[in-house]
Design a protein around this ligand. Sequence first.
Ligand SMILES: Cc1cc2nc3c(=O)[nH]c(=O)nc-3n(C[C@H](O)[C@H](O)[C@H](O)COP(=O)(O)OP(=O)(O)OC[C@H]3O[C@@H](n4cnc5c(N)ncnc54)[C@H](O)[C@@H]3O)c2cc1C
Length: 381
Amino acid sequence: MQQFDTDERQTLILDTVDKFMARHMPPEEARRRDEGHVPPYDLLPLMGEAGFFGLPIPEAYGGTALDWYTVSLVQERLAYHAYAVGSIFNRVVGFGAMSLLRYGSDAQKADLLPRIVEGRCLIALALTESQAGSDAGAIRTRAVRTDGGWVIDGSKTWISDADGADYLLIAARTDPGSEGPKGISMLLVPRGQDGIAMTPIPKVGNNCMPSWEIALDGVFVPDSALMGEEGRGFGHLMSTLHYSRASMAATVTGCAQAAVDLAISHARERQQFGRPIGKFQVIRHRIADMQMRVDATRLVVRNLAWLISQDRDTRRLASQAKVQATESLQFVTEHGMQILASAGYAAESAMQRYWRDARLYSFGEGSNEIQRDIIAKELGL
Ligand SMILES: Cc1cc2nc3c(=O)[nH]c(=O)nc-3n(C[C@H](O)[C@H](O)[C@H](O)COP(=O)(O)OP(=O)(O)OC[C@H]3O[C@@H](n4cnc5c(N)ncnc54)[C@H](O)[C@@H]3O)c2cc1C
């Protein structure tokens, strides 16, 4: 169902997304990749060629400088076709490009933004450590000043794409006397730098987004690796995560709509007791509730995207959208599994993938408990 009109250009872009996904990531390919744990890194240059990554990037760097609202539409549509592709778009644009645009030095922007536009630059965020999850300001990885740069020692965990990324954006304590969020800086480190060792973390879902534990042992980076201001990296990161949460909420909404559509088509086709199961009131009402949740979420997500396009303060709304979208996705995939029953539990069904993947998002990218704290704080509590 179309709740919002799109203008001519947006319609054309979304049409391009549909054609791109039909060609490069049809449902059977999404399933094959999930089963084989194959990330869509090979699609990145093709997505760049199709113009997707350039959407929010200024023309000076090869982008098309469109508004965030349009970016959000694309995000949702990519994820409708295949969550893994919507999700990597989020990591390239919502995190990588926005980090560079907001805090990159002129040299970093000139070097990396054109490569992002072309789909040739993936930046992995390396923040979390074993003792620093929700309390991300408790990181212990440190970067010590040396001649012409820093030397990084420490460890990171649950770092998505670390193996496929071109750079790791590492949060490290550069002020040795500091504690908590102060005294942390962001350093942009080439993935192949000496002293970096990686171990994969097996997990239950999001198979196309590999997770890694990283050991950092005397990793040297030059002064030019610093992104943003020394000692203020944590604040930079939090304000960028805001975009990435907005972007993630759009991704999750696309996936939720795909889950509802799959439940509807199953409820039409599957016959029991001589009629389609969609004729039983309990199933009809369940599907009605699922669509209502997704529609309400879409309103929040698109309103947020529009406000970001207007450069308005959306700190609270980004957290709200993240919570609402992720909890809606869990709601619709849980009910979707019940409606498809054994058909959904089969490995060949996309529903079980949506259901497994959905479990991550209420604690990934800042848990929903922490988001509720942010919302309450913004409300003056
Ligand atoms: C698949 C996956 C991919 C990830 N990708 C990345 C990545 O690319 N880069 C990166 O840096 N990190 C990444 N992470 C880490 C992720 O951001 C953390 O898992 C997340 O921040 C939560 O931290 P935690 O798992 O240590 O949970 P904990 O912090 O241990 O929290 C456990 C529970 O306690 C609750 N809790 C904690 N503190 C509070 C509080 N103050 N008030 C109320 N409740 C609280 C939490 O909400 C949660 O329910 C990834 C994680 C996963 C699983």
